[in-house]
Design a protein around this ligand. Structure first.
Ligand SMILES: CC(C)(COP(=O)(O)OP(=O)(O)OC[C@H]1O[C@@H](n2cnc3c(N)ncnc32)[C@H](O)[C@@H]1OP(=O)(O)O)[C@@H](O)C(=O)NCCC(=O)NCCS
Length: 205
């Protein structure tokens, strides 16, 4: 199975309009995990807000492609640092149901970790999660994230305050646990020239 992370915007231009319908579907499927009561509810405004967000995330928004098929998305945001030195950020990701439980989340997680700690040389990567998100908590722990605590009532979802769990991995944890997960160094160099795409991986599937 070949897993690639592709950027879909470049220099403020949409270069992959074909994947927009998939992205809107994935966001809709997992709206309850990713958004709150303060995100637009009108479908048109909602889609517009997502597309604007993607442009703001450039160049740290990728579509996950599995054997050439759009399978999910992953992005980094909430940067801490300045224009010259970045210290930390958050990750977010969604896989289409069809592509879950096949080891793809693990492979993508390793690519992101390698990009964050080896290319960007950040100190910390974190995820703020719904405490019921068993899959992501399990996957995060497998990748070396630690549960650091709970932000009580941090979000409003469907009129109710909802806790958020903070998972984080710091640089020493990463280098203790992982070696570079990159498969093809040549390909990685080629891709980082045009966009900071964190390369690709092959799994045994
Ligand atoms: C979280 C998510 C990315 C995991 O991706 P995935 O490709 O299904 O994960 P993997 O197949 O690599 O499995 C990783 C581990 O999690 C476990 N896992 C997967 N789904 C699980 C579930 N629903 N409940 C408990 N554990 C689960 C797997 O068994 C595996 O554990 P193991 O390696 O110890 O056997 C995917 O489920 C998803 O997109 N969920 C919806 C969106 C979401 O929650 N995003 C995260 C918020 S930012």
């Amino acid at each position: 199975m070949n897993i690639e992370l592709s950027t879909i915007t470049r220099d403020g231009q949409l270069i992959r309009p074909d994947v927009i319908p998939y992205i809107l579907k994935w966001y809709k499927d997992y709206q309850f995990l990713l958004f709150d009561d303060f995100y637009p509810t009108d479908p048109q405004e909602y889609a517009q807000a997502i597309i604007e967000d993607i442009f703001e995330l450039e160049p740290f928004f990728w579509v996950v492609e599995v054997n050439g098929e759009p399978a999910g998305l992953v992005y980094l945001n909430e940067w801490y640092g300045d224009g010259k030195r970045r210290h930390s950020c958050q990750f977010h990701g969604i896989l289409d149901k069809k592509f879950q439980k096949l080891g793809i989340g693990t492979a993508v997680g390793k690519l992101i970790l390698s990009f964050v700690f080896e290319d960007l040389k950040l100190f910390r990567l974190e995820g703020w999660l719904n405490p019921d998100n068993k899959a992501m908590i399990h996957l995060g722990k497998n990748l070396g994230f630690k549960v650091e605590g709970t932000l009580r009532g941090r979000k409003m979802v469907n009129g109710k305050p909802q806790n958020e769990l903070i998972l984080a991995i710091i640089r020493p944890d990463y280098f203790r646990k992982h070696k570079s997960s990159r498969i093809s160094h040549g390909q990685e160099k080629e891709q980082t020239k045009t966009s900071p795409a964190p390369a690709s991986a092959e799994t045994g599937q």
